[in-house]
Design a binder for this molecule. Structure first.
Ligand code: PLP
Length: 386
């Protein structure tokens, strides 16, 4: 199958696996396919590369290797952190989250509510910001954990994680942050942030799908979410996904090496795209604060059109973008993030997210800027309201 040429602006949904990462993982599919828990050398030989990968991902976030628990994805990491906080503190049955978390958090919280736990979803302002005084006032004696994402996957809006961690510390409450969207875009230092748990997902940083991690600060108590063998020092049962773990390590190493350069380059491409759309197409507005925001994300509302129509015509031109989070694309529900920011269902349904990444070029941005005005004009001309 030959790779069609695409103009990819959906890096918050997933990223292309870096060629260096593919090269690093292939030997663990072809040759070194033993089980790391086995007694013979053929299996045990994969232990050292896994240790290296653990050290590489730990270095990305300035953690100790033994504070890393490999999981299958960001969703599992988020679920695991909340699950553990509830199990290790059985007398605490309240979870504090925000209304704009990823469904990997909100749906798990809704699941908990049905089982008798209490969850508070904090509101956000129209620019996506959180009120920290309200957050502090919402922490209760029975709050087991506060779980707040660092960067919003739909708008790119950043929450002040270090300040929230300080609030939680003051209130003696555990704090988890979903940092899935941050690698390659922000410096991640768990010591500086002072969080108890932090989630990452490999496929957002040019590693394959099916690998994630949960950082668990020492000596925070931890109860496994997946119970089975003694893998991950008893913190996550299941034979290790060796090739993906090695890939994750290599991808983390590349992210660390490329951070300053990518961040600046991608930010300037994003700004050029966003400025070009806002200036060149009437009836457009950015959703969410300009800053503080991820350098790669732009979420734009287009008056009088449906995102579905825009995405279809973009697709015909070979451009990949998305409306809201990938997990809700295909459903007619307006984005819960944009709705929580107080936007009408019509505005939420007419909004598109462009998320850039390592492999985007100026030519990609120019290509979108040359096609989008015509697409919007065509849709508006055909819209019954016009
Ligand atoms: N959290 C955020 C902020 C995300 O953007 C995503 C994926 O889109 C996830 C969690 C879930 O990660 P995964 O797809 O690895 O389960």
């Amino acid at each position: 199958m030959t790779q069609p040429s695409i103009c990819y602006f959906d890096n918050n949904a997933t990223t292309r696996v870096a060629p260096e990462v593919v090269d690093a993982m292939i030997p663990f599919l072809r040759e070194h396919w033993g089980n790391p828990s086995s007694m013979y050398a053929f299996g045990r030989q994969v232990g050292e590369p896994m240790d290296r990968a653990r050290a590489q991902v730990a270095a990305l976030i300035n953690a100790e290797p033994r504070e890393i628990v490999f999981t299958s994805c960001g969703t599992e990491s988020n679920n695991s952190a909340i699950h553990s906080a509830l199990l290790t503190q059985p007398d605490k049955r309240h979870v504090l989250a925000t209304a704009v978390e990823h469904s990997a958090n909100t749906k798990y919280c809704a699941f908990l509510q049905k089982r008798g736990y209490t969850v508070t979803f904090l509101p956000v302002a129209s620019d996506g910001a959180l009120d920290l005084q309200q957050l502090e006032a919402s922490i209760r004696p029975d709050t087991a954990i506060v779980s707040v994402m660092w960067a919003n996957n739909e708008t790119g809006v950043l929450f002040p994680i270090q300040e929230i961690a300080a609030v939680c510390r003051r209130q003696s409450t555990l704090f988890h942050t979903d940092a899935v969207q941050t690698p390659g875009k922000l410096k991640i230092d768990v010591r500086e942030l002072d969080v108890d748990f932090l989630s990452l997902s490999g496929h957002k940083l040019h590693a394959p799908k099916g690998i994630g991690l949960l950082y668990v600060k020492r000596p925070v108590k931890y109860q496994p979410y997946i119970v089975g063998g003694g893998q991950e020092r008893g913190r996550r049962g299941g034979t290790e996904n060796v090739a993906n773990i090695v890939a994750f390590g290599r991808a983390a190493e590349l992210v660390l090496a490329n951070l300053p350069d990518e961040n600046t380059r991608i930010r300037s491409l994003r700004d050029r795209l966003e400025d070009g759309i806002l200036a060149g197409i009437p009836g457009t507005a950015r959703n969410g604060a300009k800053e503080p925001r991820l350098p790669n994300t732009s979420n734009i509302a287009f008056d009088g059109v449906e995102a579905e129509g825009i995405l279809m015509l973009l697709d015909q031109a070979g451009i990949c973008a998305s409306s809201g989070s990938a997990c809700t694309t295909g459903s007619l529900d307006p984005s819960h993030v944009l709705t929580a920011m107080g936007f009408s269902a019509a505005r939420a349904r007419g909004s598109i997210r462009f998320s850039l990444g390592r492999y985007n070029t100026e030519a990609d941005v120019d290509y979108v800027l040359s096609h989008l005005p015509g697409i919007i004009a065509k849709l508006r001309a055909n819209s019954p309201g016009e």
